[in-house]
Design a protein around this ligand. Sequence first.
Ligand SMILES: NC(=O)c1ccc[n+]([C@@H]2O[C@H](COP(=O)([O-])OP(=O)(O)OC[C@H]3O[C@@H](n4cnc5c(N)ncnc54)[C@H](O)[C@@H]3O)[C@@H](O)[C@H]2O)c1
Ligand SMILES: O=c1ccn([C@@H]2O[C@H](COP(=O)(O)OP(=O)(O)O[C@H]3OC[C@](O)(CO)[C@H]3O)[C@@H](O)[C@H]2O)c(=O)[nH]1
Length: 386
Amino acid sequence: MAARMDLDGRPIKPMTICMIGAGGFIGSHLCEKLMAETPHKVLALDVYNDKIKRLLEPDSLPWAGRIEFHRINIKHDSRLEGLVKMADLTINLAAICTPADYNTRPLDTIYSNFIDALPVVKYCSENSKRLIHFSTCEVYGKTIGSFLPKDSPLRKDPAYYVLKEDTSPCIFGSIEKQRWSYACAKQLIERLIYAEGAESGLDFTIVRPFNWIGPRMDFIPGIDGPSEGVPRVLACFSNNLLRREPLKLVDGGQSQRTFVYIKDAIEAVLLMIENPDRANGHIFNVGNPNNEVTVRQLAEMMTQVYTKVSGEPMLQSPSIDVSSKEFYGEGYDDSDKRIPDMTIINKQLGWNPKTSLWDLLESTLTYQYRTYAEAIKKSMAKPTAS
Ligand SMILES: NC(=O)c1ccc[n+]([C@@H]2O[C@H](COP(=O)([O-])OP(=O)(O)OC[C@H]3O[C@@H](n4cnc5c(N)ncnc54)[C@H](O)[C@@H]3O)[C@@H](O)[C@H]2O)c1
Ligand SMILES: O=c1ccn([C@@H]2O[C@H](COP(=O)(O)OP(=O)(O)O[C@H]3OC[C@](O)(CO)[C@H]3O)[C@@H](O)[C@H]2O)c(=O)[nH]1
């Protein structure tokens, strides 16, 4: 492999990365990229490894010896500190991060996103190790614009809705809206990491992903996850399409999101890993401001793309409206609009997303169809116990 150069033309030394949550959606793509394109070694920590199994066996793979899986629950495992010490860089992805859990399992959500991350920050700080911590775009909460009267012309002014790392406020709902337990825990761990940087000299980078989507995201209920489980919207809508059910639009599907292709976003993370002088001390939005849709528009686009990739006809009524109380239960609330400002990541790392929403949905739904269509047909053909 030819020597890799950083953005300032210096050769990049191979490093050891302790990746916590490596078995999840983002972790699996990051491991894949690091194995295929870099000489770095990965200590992959997670409680599951199904999504990275392909990278771990057999021993004949070109990257054998550069990735090691450690089945560890960071809540209670004394091996964690040793693994952080062995690495040059720790990346923490571990979290409960599906909205259906925020209002129904708020304690687990807060422990996972704040308490369980504390030792990771402490070990990095005490051992002078660099940390890349995964936060979320949800720390912005609701936009300022959402509090303006519906007909206010200011709602159209980007100053009232574009989310900037260094100036936008974090606006959450009341405490009984337990949806915000996740965002609030993520905000507090960001503040703690920032304070460790300021007071103890911790070298950190904080990543705020804006709806990264692609293959291997979450699970399909009843196939590779619990039948009653509620994953994030990409997997919910994929599941509905695969089962030929109408897509459920929560509260009319009026919320807006910007979606970025996982493979574009992983490029940004690799730039952070390999350019510490440009990434340390920064908080980065990572998203695609050009891919904004309402959830209703997302449902329509996914339906069209799925019809194309599966060859199956569209349903007569492709979507139905459901209330958030019915779908998520008590205490749900929502972010109205999420457009990332890209100034900081552009200036520091020269990164820009490339893939349009249509193209990323086409490759993702092709994957979903190839991976799940047969299994779903079989499971639906099974007689149910009466
Ligand atoms: N995917 C996105 O668009 C997105 C958006 C915003 C924020 N994030 C953040 O990025 C990170 C990764 O997200 P993802 O989409 O890959 O989620 P994911 O659920 O697929 O991955 C998280 C992984 O962490 C592991 N994990 C959780 N608790 C653990 C523990 N105690 N010990 C060991 N492993 C544990 C899980 O088993 C899982 O494999 C999270 O911190 C999430 O909050 C992701
Ligand atoms: O069947 C469904 C499922 C969801 N919705 C609505 O879609 C919007 C997006 O939902 P989702 O992708 O599940 O989650 P969020 O974008 O709200 O939150 C995530 O953002 C980043 C992250 O931090 C980690 O991934 C997470 O918190 C939303 O409006 C749902 O109500 C639907 O209509 N139908």
